[in-house]
Ligand binder design. Structure first.
Ligand code: CA
Length: 219
């Protein structure tokens, strides 16, 4: 299996590359977060360090998840609860705190890969609620067949909700996914975007507010 290793520490990267190779994988190593975003299509799994020199690993994960369901195992020195929770919320399949035992890492990689292949049936990428249709791949939204033009952020908020249609999504999670680390500044901004979305869609019943928690797309 092809494993992309994003790790700026040469010692750690060398040891992991060797271990992966010995266990029959095909490791490739990059040092920077930007390299992950340009190379993620050429791998089967990503091992992601969070302390990267250019972009924070959680930001890399957030950007990656907007375009890819690639299995991701976070491997980091950051064991604080907030980082772990954010990593998992942003779509990491597993989260390991360094120093990690090699046998455990390899077992976790196998477990994540197994889950990814058994649930390989792709989720429907066009979501409907009433006559509102959100095409997550084409990034198109139609209401009653007519296209509605949304800004990038408006679409991101709607897509984050539509991808989990019928499920309540917390404000915290929406802000993590759409704004990433800047979320502290944007609590008000989320309200503004939702107000604009509701106005543009003209279907207030499609976006439900869950008081004290967040929002839901569809029933
Ligand atoms: Ca690092």
């Amino acid at each position: 299996m092809r494993v992309l290793l994003a790790e700026d520490d040469d010692g750690v990267a060398g040891a992991l590359t060797e271990a992966l190779y010995e266990h029959g994988h095909l490791p490739a190593r990059v040092r920077r977060g930007e390299d992950v975003l340009t190379r993620h299509r050429q791998t089967d799994l990503l091992l992601l360090d969070l302390g990267l020199p250019d972009v924070d690993g959680l930001e890399v994960l957030r950007k990656l998840r907007a375009v890819s369901g690639l299995p991701v195992v976070v491997l980091t020195a950051r064991g604080d609860e907030r980082s772990v929770v954010r990593g998992l919320r942003l779509g990491a399949d597993d989260y390991l705190v360094k120093p990690v035992r090699l046998a455990e890492l390899l077992a976790r990689i196998e477990a994540v890969t197994r889950r990814a292949t058994t649930s390989a049936a792709p989720a429907p990428r066009t979501v409907r609620a009433g006559d509102v249709e959100v095409d997550l791949d084409a990034r198109r939204v139609t209401v009653g067949g007519a296209e509605v033009r949304l800004t990038t952020k408006e679409f991101a908020v709607l897509a984050a909700l539509a991808a989990r249609a019928g499920t309540a999504v917390s404000r915290q999670q929406l802000m993590d996914e759409v704004w990433g680390d800047a979320y502290l500044a944007v609590s008000r901004s989320l309200d503004v975007h939702l107000t604009q979305l509701r106005a543009k869609l003209g279907r207030p019943e499609v976006l439900t507010t869950i008081r004290g928690f967040g929002y839901r797309f569809g029933d």
